[in-house]
Structures are given as C-alpha cells and as structure tokens.
Design a protein around this ligand. Structure first.
Ligand code: NAD
Length: 320
C-alpha cells in the first residue's frame, strides 16, 4: 500500500498521506515508525517539540537496514521550535535535530508556530516547551521575517530540501510571500470539519503552497490530552453526517474524515499504533466522496480550534 504524492512548488514530491509523531511515546516510537514503514508510510511528521526524534530516527534506520526502504524513498519533516527563532539559532538547532534523526537532510523543515520565545539552551532543557529556564513564558526578539530568512539559508546549506510554515493565518501568509526569497512549499494547519479555514486553504492553492492538515479527527486528539474543550466536544467519529457517509461507502468514519481533506487536495498526517488503523488511514484515497457529501461535511464548520496555546493555559494568544 502506498500514498499518492503532491508535487510541491519546488518540484519535490511529497506523500499526501503521512504519519504524525506528536504524542508517540519514546518507548514505542522506533517500533511504531518501523511498523508504519512496513505498512507503506513514507512521510513522517516530526518536531523538536515532540521529544522523540532520536527514537523516530532509530525506527527509520532499522527499516533502511532491513531493506524496507531507502532514505530517498522517505520524506522526513521536522519543525523549528519557538525558542530557536533567533537567526543565529536556526542552523545549529536544525543540525542537532538532524543528528538526532541520524540524517543528513530533512525533506521539509517548518516554522512550528509564528511565535518567538526566549532561547533555552538544549543543555538546560530539551525539548524546551513553552517556558524558559525560570518556567515563565517569555517572548523572544526575533521577527518572523528574520527567522524565515534563516530558514532559507538552511536550503542553501543543503540541510533541508524544502521549507514551510505552520499555524500561520492569511495575513501572515500574505506578508511572508512579500519577503520570501524561497517560497514556502507547505503550510501546516489544524484542519477538520469543525475548523475548515476554506479561505486560507484557497489562498494557499492560489499561491501554489501545499496545505497539510493536522488533527484531522478534531476533538479525538485532544481527548487524549485531557483538554476540557476536547472532552466537551462530541466526537466527529460519532457525528451523524460522518457516520451516514461512512456507511454509504462502506468505509470507517476516520477514512471519511481523511478523504474529505485529501479529495480537496490537502495532505494528512494521522497516527495510530494499531495495525488496522494504520492501514485504513493510509488507504483513505482509494474511494471518492460525492461533491454534495464534501459540501455537507464542510458545512459542519464551527470555527472551533483545539490546538490553541490558550486552551493549554499558555498565555500566548497567537490565534486571537
Ligand atoms: P491524529 O490525526 O493523529 O489523531 C490521533 C487520534 O486519533 C488518536 O487518539 C488515535 O488513536 C486516533 N486514531 C487514529 N486513527 C484512527 C482511526 N482510523 N480510527 C479511530 N481513531 C483513530 O491527531 P494529531 O496527533 O492531533 O495530529 C496528527 C499529526 O499532526 C501529529 O502527530 C503531528 O505530527 C501533527 N500536528 C502538528 C501540529 C502543529 O502545530 N503543526 C499540531 C498538532 C499535530
């Protein structure tokens, strides 16, 4: 089983269905990555903040050693954390992350949030999270433009093939396009039927920027975190519209949620530790929804964002 690919604006091909590494625990991460490669996943979406890049790299290298794939078959994504936005911090932290993975280059390296925080040295705490060494959320001094130019330098240095951004809204994207020497290849955003952001998706389409959807199942991922909003929002898996469409196509609600995104041209990066779910998630592009079904699912929009720092008690209103 394999995923279709999306041609990025720099000519590189990115698998449309990948595997997300957030909340994948360290003890099982290498095995889970190995197993996902065995099932057919080729894109892995990692980040400094997920704290499991070494273990993910172990899984990758075991798979390469066993002949399941080669490095060039894989598309490895990582992200620049908020506390490394100062220009002079970007290349060193990217190199550390590459070392953790045991790789020479990333396929895509993304600014995780449009938020600059005070630098925390990796020897003090790694990953640093949202707070500094005094456990305070302290703003950094870097502008997004200066950080982006440092990301462009990573491409020049061969440390990553593509660069992108995440959690940017329309105004930040429009601004970025004015100063970018290397256009962002992708934008990664929270995207599910309760948070459709169609205007932002349309802007990216018009500008040739691929959109990757995260948290495609909406509240499910945030129940795992014990977040109030996640717990209080009915699961999309149980929504009558999603269930009706799933039954009609003989697919699972998860596959319908993923297909609603991939059919509209987005990439998706769900994760699961179960063999059956790994397969069904990867297999979401093997059927088509009707136009009316797509419209009906998009109509469930509530502009409901789960992955907002404010929902974790972090006083950074970056989506305000
Ligand atoms: P997810 O889409 O991976 O959903 C995870 C939840 O859905 C888990 O509870 C899992 O057990 C369950 N699940 C998976 N497949 C299922 C299936 N077929 N049927 C029923 N349940 C199923 O959610 P996520 O982790 O929030 O997002 C995916 C990835 O997106 C992350 O791993 C990460 O790589 C990325 N992400 C990025 C950001 C960002 O700020 N850029 C934020 C959040 C997530």
């Amino acid at each position: 089983m394999s995923s279709p690919t999306i041609k990025l604006n720099n000519g590189h091909e990115m698998p449309q269905v990948g595997f997300g590494l957030w909340k994948v625990d360290n003890a099982n991460c290498a095995d889970i990555v190995y197993n996902a490669i065995k099932v057919g996943y080729r894109l892995f979406d990692g980040a400094c903040d997920y704290g499991n890049e070494k273990e993910a790299g172990e899984g990758v290298h075991r798979a390469i050693k066993d002949g399941l794939c080669t490095r060039s078959d894989l598309f490895i994504v990582s992200k620049l954390w908020n506390s490394f936005h100062d220009s002079e911090r970007v290349a060193p932290i990217c190199k550390k992350q590459l070392e953790d993975w045991g790789l020479e280059y990333f396929d895509l390296y993304v600014i995780h949030f449009p938020v600059s925080l005070k630098y925390v040295d990796p020897s003090v705490r790694y990953p640093p999270g949202w707070t500094d060494e005094n456990d305070k959320v302290t703003p950094g001094k870097a502008t997004l433009e200066s950080t982006y130019h440092a990301m462009e330098d990573l491409v020049d240095q061969g440390l990553t093939r593509s660069i992108g951004v995440s959690n940017y809204g329309g105004a930040l994207m429009l601004d970025l396009l004015r100063y970018a020497r290397i256009r962002p290849a992708t934008l990664q955003i929270e995207h599910h039927p309760y948070l459709v952001q169609q205007n932002l998706v349309d802007l990216c389409k018009a500008e040739g920027i691929a959109v990757t959807a995260y948290s495609s199942f909406g509240p499910q991922s945030f129940r795992d975190l014990d977040m109030e909003l996640g717990k209080n929002t009915p699961l999309l898996f149980d929504h009558p519209t999603i269930k009706k469409v799933a039954e009609k196509h003989g697919k699972t609600p998860a596959q319908v949620l993923l297909r609603w995104a991939t059919q509209r041209g987005l990439a998706v990066i769900p994760k699961s530790a179960s063999q059956d779910r790994l397969k069904q998630n990867l297999d979401n592009t093997s059927f088509d929804l009707g136009e009316e079904e797509v419209r009906e699912i998009s109509g469930l929009d509530k502009k409901l964002r789960f992955n907002d720092p404010l929902n974790y008690g972090i006083p950074v209103p970056c989506f305000a």
